[in-house]
Ligand binder design. Structure first.
Ligand code: ZN
Length: 246
């Protein structure tokens, strides 16, 4: 079978996924003559979740395009913010617990389980609940069942948070979601929490919220300065705060 030779050029944002010789401009590849361009790009290491446009000789093509001899392919990274086919909801893999809690702190729907349920179950949940699968595992991001996916580029939670917020631009509603379980918070008066608060807490703070899913109680004044700093920075750079209190 004829094996067409093509040239490829990867956007700088995608360089971390490809071998060193492909990071400096045009490189060549031989394809099998039947595989789609999406498959070819993926086989060179780039998760398709990270690919925006594919251009062949300057014209956009579908991932299903079968490359022919002599074609030049430009592989572009996803645009930011990246449009999604539905509301920005997320599912994070077992390694991203800190990022999950920070997204919840900002009111972003971020499902996360500290028990590893495996790639197949995660992908199925992404599809069933229409959640963007966030992971640093390229194998997981290659799964076809995913509703949508995003590679998390950094190891560090502060950069991970900026990465996700700049990429998907989810609406922010700080202090409206339980950081422990992702449930939504509702306001709760002191009287309804009688007997569930330490005496000092009850005296010092006026605003209470309760998780509608796990009943965890929150009070504004007790938020650690570090959490407030995370919220303030995120709201400043990526959104507007919706106040919780009336
Ligand atoms: Zn909860």
């Amino acid at each position: 079978m004829e094996r067409p030779e093509i040239t490829l050029d990867f956007s700088p944002d995608l360089h971390l996924f490809v071998a060193q010789p492909r990071r400096t401009g045009r490189s060549t590849a031989r394809t099998d003559g039947v595989s789609s361009l999406g498959h070819v790009v993926e086989s060179l290491g780039v998760p398709l979740t990270e690919v925006g446009e594919l251009l062949v000789d300057g014209r956009p093509v579908a991932f299903s395009h079968v490359p022919a001899e002599g074609e030049h392919v430009a592989v572009r990274a996803v645009t930011r913010p990246q449009p999604l086919p539905g509301p920005a909801r997320f599912l994070l893999d077992v390694h991203l617990g800190t990022l999950a809690r920070r997204l919840r702190l900002l009111g972003v729907d971020a499902a996360y389980d500290s028990v590893d349920i495996g790639d197949a179950a995660l992908a199925a949940r992404s599809a069933a609940e229409q959640r963007v699968m966030l992971s640093r595992d390229r194998g997981l991001l290659r799964r076809r069942e995913l509703w949508a996916g995003g590679y998390v580029y950094s190891h560090r939670p502060p950069e991970q948070l900026r990465d996700v917020l700049s990429r998907f631009a989810p609406p922010l509603a700080p202090w409206t979601r339980c950081t422990a379980c992702n449930g939504e918070l509702r306001e709760a008066g002191k009287e309804s929490l009688q007997g569930r608060l330490a005496a000092g807490t009850e005296k010092s703070f006026e605003v209470f919220a309760e998780c509608t899913a796990c009943a965890q109680v929150y009070w504004r004044g007790a938020h650690h300065a570090r959490l407030t700093a995370i919220v303030d920075e995120a709201v400043r750079d990526f959104g507007t705060a919706r106040p919780v209190t009336s």
